[in-house]
Design a protein around this ligand. Structure first.
Ligand code: AMP
Length: 119
């Protein structure tokens, strides 16, 4: 069982901000931005490029956008995916990082978050 499957099964605590039959989104335990949420498909794949179905990839990003906009109320945000250990992936259950909530014009924090999400 992956770490995120244990969160889905409520075996591990998390702060869930969105859930439907196919996806869950919860706060990152080590936030790298004022708002940092992970959008996770319940259908387990190890990394993004294992998902070969374009519709499934589309649903993942459609959900991440909906969570950012509707659940988190973000107007501007970053979506990031680390694909493989060499790119900073540490949890091998595909997920999209949603980062946002910076003060407008706070370029320093914004760029720090961009660097930090790579692990
Ligand atoms: P990645 O480096 O793309 O694999 O990202 C994995 C993310 O999962 C990191 O940002 C971690 O902070 C986050 N994380 C690890 N354990 C937990 C947890 N129990 N609850 C929430 N987020 C977690």
């Amino acid at each position: 069982m992956t770490l995120f499957e244990r969160i889905i099964a409520r075996e591990l605590p998390s702060t869930i901000v969105f859930e439907d039959t196919d996806f869950i989104a919860f706060k990152d335990i080590n936030p790298r931005a004022p708002v940092h949420v992970l959008c996770v498909p319940k259908n387990v794949s190890r990394r993004l490029d294992e998902i070969t179905d374009a519709a499934e990839l589309g649903r993942l990003f459609e959900t991440a956008i909906r969570v950012a906009r509707d659940s988190l109320g973000l107007k501007d945000y970053r979506l990031a995916v680390n694909v493989g250990a060499g790119a900073g992936q540490i949890v091998f259950h595909t997920h999209v990082h949603i980062l946002g909530g910076w003060m407008e014009g706070d370029a320093e924090m914004h760029h720090a978050a961009m660097a930090a999400v790579d692990g």
